[in-house]
Write a protein that binds this ligand. Sequence first.
Ligand SMILES: Nc1ncnc2c1ncn2[C@@H]1O[C@H](COP(=O)(O)OP(=O)(O)OP(=O)(O)O)[C@@H](O)[C@H]1O
Length: 272
Amino acid sequence: MELTKQTSKEKMSAEHLLLTVDDADHQHSNHHDRGMKFEIRGLRKVSEAGVTILNGISVDIPKGMIVGIIGPSGSGKSTMLRALNRLWEPPSDTVFLDGHDIVDLDVLGLRRKVGMLFQLPVLFQGTVADNIRYGPRLRGKKLGDEEVSKLLTLADLDSSFLSKTGGELSVGQAQRVALARTLANEPEVLLLDEPTSALDPISTQNIEDVIVKLKKKKGMTVVMVSHSIKQIQRVADVVCLLVNGEIVEVLKPDELSEAKHPMAQRFLQLSS
Ligand SMILES: Nc1ncnc2c1ncn2[C@@H]1O[C@H](COP(=O)(O)OP(=O)(O)OP(=O)(O)O)[C@@H](O)[C@H]1O
């Protein structure tokens, strides 16, 4: 994968950060039946108290890529992520999905296309199968047992989980059910807000494997907030460093040690 090389200063002053992808695997795969791109342009958020939370973020999130978002606590990572499916409503003309301003899209349709997974899974009452059938049922589609099992397999769980309830699952298993439930909506993009921070290393690896598989086999676009530099290095194709509501660096995972911004360097030193 080649990203257009820019100096840090050029990056900071660029109106937007354009990632040019030249990824042989990305371009020549036949499996890419999912994935949409986001363009974020000058995204700002100021709190009611006048505090700047996002300070004009501009970045492209290309189709079929895993984009990692890292940065210190309170830097605006979750706020940025939540703008992408309008859990926080961004201003018009700032977030575009395949060229469409997302505030003009039907919000439920947007959230089907742009699925989200949080730090802690919250399962609905009923069985695992009920949870997975929930989203499609809202659209009048009844998933058969085979389809439900396939979704479970995709999330690395076997059919023995179908009849279990939330209380019978570990947090890691529940997170995989939450992932299967999101995948039941056939999303094109996955937003992941620290999806493994409550999980043990094995469950973390399971989720990471599924995320990478979804990108490779389905061409899913993934935006992942993580506090773990190592995780981002394992999973992401490109990393955005967010400091004080601004993207100060866009790097390949193996270039993270070359981050120039002082806050970014400090964060990276403390995290590694
Ligand atoms: N609705 C809101 N009103 C006021 N302040 C907010 C609101 N939402 C977020 N903030 C503040 O904005 C800043 C960024 O929050 P955000 O949760 O996006 O950061 P983060 O980088 O995801 O942090 P963490 O890594 O701790 O989860 C924080 O200082 C937070 O307190």
